[in-house]
Design a protein around this ligand. Structure first.
Ligand code: CA
Length: 237
């Protein structure tokens, strides 16, 4: 039996939860972290989830290309909403989606939410952050440790809903027994470094805890001020 845990929390200091998490069916999971003034971040992340669901669920089979097309459709829908509702100007959302079909796990991604694979005790980030600090780390201007506390760590360089020519990262890999997947928003990863996420998962999963709720609670204890979301998928075979 595959175990799936989903958790999202407004966090201690925000007035709204702009994150959205969803299990869409057909082993498809989404994390979205919205941005924009007033309530528009919330609107954008929910629109993303709904548009992706509508695009994918009528299809019997889909791969990383299908995930990408669903994201492009969400992009169009959010942009259309912004055009006809000026109060939503500037809204957008990150989106990280994964889908398993048979032995294959496909993913699509835009923004600074993350998709991790925990396999044989080690945690690997599958997605690349589309953020200013990750560009600075890549070109050697700052270290990964400095990125975690950088004043501009929240600036993302790509989002769904802000530009017609959206570039979507995609990929796929072969699933192995006992793989554990983690999708999460930056409210989790800003306060919990990878080594700690790995240790927490290796504690929570064998203990049968709600691993997503466990990670979210640890992030709040660690001082996260953002909205915090996690989806943990545990395969047994
Ligand atoms: Ca966030």
């Amino acid at each position: 039996m595959t175990q799936v845990y989903l958790a999202t929390d407004i966090g201690p200091s925000r007035e709204s939860n702009e994150d959205a998490v969803a299990a869409l069916g057909r082993e498809t999971y989404v994390v979205a972290d919205g941005m924009g003034g007033y309530t528009s971040g919330e609107v954008a992340s929910k629109m993303l989830v709904d548009a992706v669901r509508e695009a994918l669920m009528p299809q019997e089979h889909f791969n990383e290309n299908g995930l990408k097309n669903a994201m492009l459709r969400a992009n169009e829908e959010i942009m259309k909403t912004v055009r006809s509702n000026p109060e939503y100007a500037g809204m957008g959302t990150t989106a990280t989606i994964c889908h398993r079909e048979g032995d294959e796990i496909a993913w699509a991604h835009v923004g600074d939410s993350r998709f991790y694979l925990l396999r044989r005790g080690s945690l690997q980030q599958i997605t690349k952050d589309h953020s200013l600090v990750s560009e600075l780390v890549a070109n050697g201007s700052i270290t990964p440790e400095q990125a975690m506390t950088h004043p501009k760590r929240n600036v993302i360089t790509r989002a769904v809903g802000v530009s017609e020519d959206l570039a979507v990262d995609t990929g796929h890999f072969r699933a192995e027994p006992q793989d554990i997947l983690l999708l999460c928003s930056d409210g989790l990863t800003t306060v919990l470094p990878e080594s700690e996420l790995c240790a927490l998962l290796l504690h929570a999963v064998p203990a049968g805890k709600d691993a997503a709720q466990y990670l979210v609670s640890r992030a709040i204890e660690a001082g996260s001020h953002d909205n915090i979301s996690a989806i943990v998928v545990v395969y047994d075979a």
